[in-house]
Design a protein around this ligand. Structure first.
Ligand SMILES: [Zn+2]
Length: 500
């Protein structure tokens, strides 16, 4: 395939020829979505072969893991699976650049001033939120970011035209760049928080950004003044914003992009009816941020199968056919050669579509994603209520080395008990954990509203009814006197949480 070119590597930007080269490369990324799937598969397999050869030379971990296989010919299906705990236990052996170490990355992300700084001058680092257990450190090369942005501009851009017209479009946006407003709920080394700020220099010719906090009192005015083409945030935030639709004036808005949580069917309907544009629901993992682009025709997302492989499998890693719910996913990221993820196990449960999609994208489509409930508490603020999501807790505790797991229980409306379970042999530092949580709650304007008690427990237990571990448990539920629109949102999300 012609788009089998390496992404442009320079970040200096500047001259018009380089802009044309990049707009051509970016525009060309659209083509694979309309290509014969056999061609996409061939490109995928070629890249897989290259990656396997790279890791067999440069990654001690994978060299050992694949030692009994011939990486020039072995099928993906015979390669052993890698788990999160293996990845973290052998981090220094996994990475292909000897200058990278787990200790080095941990030290780097300890300091929040490093968020916009490239690690070792060239890499992006982040950690997963740990919403499905142990957080993972992730080091990404520039290629991953180049693909993420190029896919968002083309495959994830509603109304993008392919072929020559797509190239014309790409040229036109040099004159009038796309305008993306991102409503952020979190800060720090979380992929969705920093990634847009790490836009490759040359992409500034294509995109203008507004970053605004979900708790900014002037949020609506700031978005109106910016006049975005694309509005992007989590489903919860967009759903709540759609209740204020009367205050928005967005004549140039062409699409809404959601990420990070489950977008329920009712929430999709409300958001699309309010903003009157298609809703593109991206599904990704921190380990492969460009994994999919949302489908403009409805729920689901198309896998960018030329650069990533998604295997839906059962508990024994056997393939699960399209149309059936898998137990987990094995993910292979073909672009990240610095920290390779090959048949890497993630806990999400997916159903792949059985039919071709009406939107015209011929890439494999994830029809349904189960396993990302939007957990939150409704807390009283003044005379009304506000949702408190899991984020402040996640951000305060997920990356504490001594904490294996946490759980928050809302025992009264504004009274929450937090339990921390230390890793074996460690002691949970409750005082410091409390300080971090207070900082996080202050960011969302709730520190002074809540009565919080933190305790250390030897073991957190699963729910006696469902036998599943729950991080957010409410004993008080949805307030009776929540007003109409908010109540609907709350009930739909509660429903989504029950389905998981
Ligand atoms: Zn589609």
């Amino acid at each position: 395939m012609k788009d089998n070119l390496p992404p442009p590597q320079s970040t200096s930007g500047g001259n018009i020829l380089r802009c044309i080269e990049r707009s051509y490369w970016t525009g060309a990324q659209f083509r694979a979505t309309r290509a014969d799937p056999r061609k996409v598969l061939a490109a995928q397999q070629g890249r897989l072969r290259e990656l396997l050869q790279t890791v067999s030379v440069r990654s001690a971990f994978y060299r050992e893991k694949f030692r009994h296989l011939d990486v020039k010919t072995a099928d993906l299906a015979v390669l052993p699976v890698t788990t999160k705990s293996e990845m973290m236990a052998h981090f220094d052996q996994v990475v292909t650049d000897p200058a990278i170490s787990r200790a080095g990355v941990e030290e780097f992300i300890e300091d929040s001033r490093n968020v916009p700084v490239p690690f070792l001058g060239k890499y992006s680092v982040s950690h997963t939120s740990g919403s499905q257990g142990q957080p993972t450190l992730i080091v990404q090369n520039q290629r991953v970011l180049d693909l993420l942005f190029a896919f968002q501009m083309t495959r994830g851009h509603y109304g993008h035209r392919g072929g020559f017209m797509g190239l014309i479009d790409a040229m036109c946006i040099l004159r009038e760049p796309a305008r993306l407003a991102v409503v952020i709920n979190q800060q720090g080394f979380f992929p969705s928080a920093w990634v847009w700020k790490r836009l490759p220099q040359y992409m500034h010719a294509f995109m203008k950004f507004l970053f605004v906090s979900g708790t900014d009192p002037d949020l609506v005015n700031k978005i109106n003044d910016f006049s975005p083409n694309v509005l992007s945030s989590t489903p919860t935030t967009l759903d709540l914003l759609s209740l204020k639709i009367d205050q928005f004036r967005l004549p140039k808005l062409r699409q809404v992009v959601t990420w990070s949580e489950t977008l329920t069917v009712p929430a999709r309907r409300r958001i699309s009816e309010a903003f009157r544009v298609p809703v593109m629901d991206n599904y990704a993992a921190g380990e492969c941020m460009f994994l999919t682009n949302g489908c403009p025709a409805g729920p689901g997302a198309h896998v960018n199968a030329d650069w990533a492989i998604v295997e839906v499998v059962d508990e024994q890693n056997r393939p699960v056919p399209p149309g059936e719910l898998g137990h987990k996913v094995l993910l292979t990221n073909l672009a990240n050669t610095v920290q390779p993820f090959i048949r890497y196990e993630i806990g999400d449960r997916l159903v792949m579509a059985t039919e071709p999609c009406s939107c015209g994208n011929r890439m494999p489509k994830i029809e349904k994603i189960v396993g990302r409930a939007a957990d939150f508490f409704w807390v009283r603020v003044g005379t009304g209520f506000r949702p408190l999501t899991a984020y402040p807790f996640q951000h305060a505790f997920d990356y504490r080395r001594e904490v294996r797991e946490w759980q928050a229980e809302q025992v009264e409306r504004n009274s929450i008990v937090v339990r921390l379970e230390p890793i074996p042999g460690a002691v949970a530092d409750v005082v410091s954990a409390r300080k971090r949580l207070d900082e996080r709650l202050a960011l969302v304007g709730l520190r002074d509203e809540l009565d919080i008690r933190i305790e250390s427990v030897p073991r957190l237990l699963t729910d006696v009814h469902t036998a599943k571990f729950r991080r957010m448990i409410s004993r008080v539920g949805i307030p009776e006197d929540l007003d109409g629109g908010m109540r609907q949102v709350a009930e739909d999300f509660a429903q989504a949480a029950v389905q998981v």
